[in-house]
Design a protein around this ligand. Structure first.
Ligand code: AMP
Ligand code: GLY
Length: 427
């Protein structure tokens, strides 16, 4: 099979690494890719939103399978674009069309979907500038803190959590007036849910699904979950508080109803589903859907899949996922993200990266670039260094040993990945 994977992060390096282990693979391309993916795949110079360029490449190279990493091309309708092109009747695509991608692209759509299909989530009200007073009324009926979400994609910045009512009312007005551009012309006001967050990932062919695994992500830049939000500073899989009873609730109340709901709504969904959940005293509720894998969650969930990922993708595209082999590795897996100094605010690019002997570690590159002088930093999140272990503790020891082997000027990482989970586990 000839495969084109879109994206350039640690997520894509992990997906490429796993696909490269398949005997079904004939040729792999990652576009635009990074220095890590370039070691195992071709790197055509194509932007993920360049649909005509991608179509020409698929035609010229005879690509059999397209795997879409990030959300933008999905929300922009890459599947619909290629399906409308008569040349690609046989092309297999992992990632939903525009209709399915609205689960991530519109918070209001996702909330309506969940209420329609009785999927547990926070109470909400969607408001526009015309219904500002109604929105303020809804806010007054809630108890603090207050959650305001821009309806559209806002590069992970569109969610505000505010402690006082006057603050929430002011922010609501500012959002509706364009604080996040068009993304916040509609705002979803939500009931605040308290509990620990967990992400669960599934792959679906629109009828059947495989639960790929769970992970906990560390979103804040500072230790003890302080400071600014980032794309993710590390991840752990599986999540120890997600015991059998919890996982059963997640499957019965959330995953199965989501897959069935999509089908009932006439949305043919073939791709990943990322459930951002919160554990409210043992009861899982959905905070958000994403229509792609998470980053850095992919770097811990994908290595725990022991089955052939390309065969799983083929089965997904053909609607035969229920027949595909799916096994997971019982070990824990963790990853620690090394980021550029200053991230998530302004940071430098172009610093030389030295990678020593990382032994058995899983090293997935993110913001890196190959130059004549070697590999240099090319983004905020630079490299994810991970490890398996019989316990989370053992995996963390392995990962942090690997971290010491990777260096670049200004390198920063959190030293407390996984520490909050130690109270739930002796693993
Ligand atoms: P989202 O982009 O919807 O995932 O929201 C970003 C973050 O805001 C989540 O990861 C949660 O930490 C927090 N959050 C979102 N919605 C809620 C809610 N209803 N209650 C509590 N926290 C929330
Ligand atoms: N790590 C969170 C995300 O990928 O959205």
């Amino acid at each position: 099979m000839k495969v084109l994977l879109l994206g350039s992060g640690g997520r894509e390096h992990a997906l490429a690494w796993k696909m490269a282990q398949s005997d079904r693979l004939e040729k792999l391309y990652v576009a635009p890719g990074n220095a890590g993916t370039a070691e195992i795949a071709g790197s055509p110079d194509l932007a993920v939103n360049d649909f005509p360029g991608i179509a020409e490449f698929v035609a010229k190279e005879g690509i059999d399978l397209l795997v879409v990493g990030p959300e933008e091309p999905l929300a922009g309708g890459i599947r619909d674009f290629l399906e409308a092109d008569g040349r690609f009747g046989d092309l297999m695509i992992i990632g939903p069309g525009k209709a399915g991608a609205r689960l991530e692209g519109s918070k209001d759509f996702a909330k309506e979907f969940m209420f329609r299909h009785h999927i547990p989530t926070a109470a909400y009200r969607t408001v526009t500038a015309d219904s500002l007073d109604e929105g303020k009324g809804f806010l007054r009926g809630l108890t603090p803190p207050y959650v305001l979400k821009a309806d559209g994609l806002a590069a992970g910045k569109g969610v505000l959590i505010l402690n006082s009512l006057p603050e929430a009312e002011r922010e609501l007005e500012e959002m509706l007036a364009g604080k996040f551009g068009k993304a916040s012309s509609r705002v979803v006001i939500e009931e605040y849910l308290s509990g620990i967050e967990i992400s669960v990932f599934a792959l679906t062919d629109g009828i059947h699904y495989k639960i790929l695994g769970s992970a906990k992500d560390y979103k804040r830049i500072g230790e003890g979950d302080t400071g600014l939000n980032t794309g993710g500073m590390g991840a752990v899989s599986p999540v120890p508080f997600a015991d059998e009873a919890f996982n059963r609730k997640v499957e019965e109340r959330i995953i199965a109803p989501t897959v069935n709901g999509l089908r009932a709504d006439g949305i043919d969904y073939k791709g990943f589903l990322f459930f951002g959940l919160i554990n409210c005293g043992g009861e899982p509720k959905v905070i958000e859907y994403n229509v792609r894998m998470g980053d850095p969650e992919t770097e811990v969930v994908i290595p725990r899949i022991s089955s052939d990922l390309l065969r799983l993708f083929e089965a997904t595209a053909c609607g035969t996922l229920s027949e595909a082999a799916f096994e997971t590795d019982p070990r824990s897996c963790v990853t620690v993200m090394l980021v550029a100094g200053g991230y998530p605010e302004s940071y430098r690019k172009g610093d030389a990266i030295r990678i020593g002997d990382t032994g058995e570690c899983l090293v997935f590159q993110a913001g890196t670039k190959q130059t004549g002088e070697g590999v240099v930093t090319n983004g905020g999140r630079v490299i994810a260094v991970g490890s398996y272990g019989k316990s989370i503790r053992e995996a963390l020891e392995g990962a942090y040993r690997g971290v010491e082997q990777v260096d670049f000027s200004g390198r920063y990482f959190r030293k407390d990945i996984g520490q909050d989970l130690m109270t739930y586990t002796d693993r």
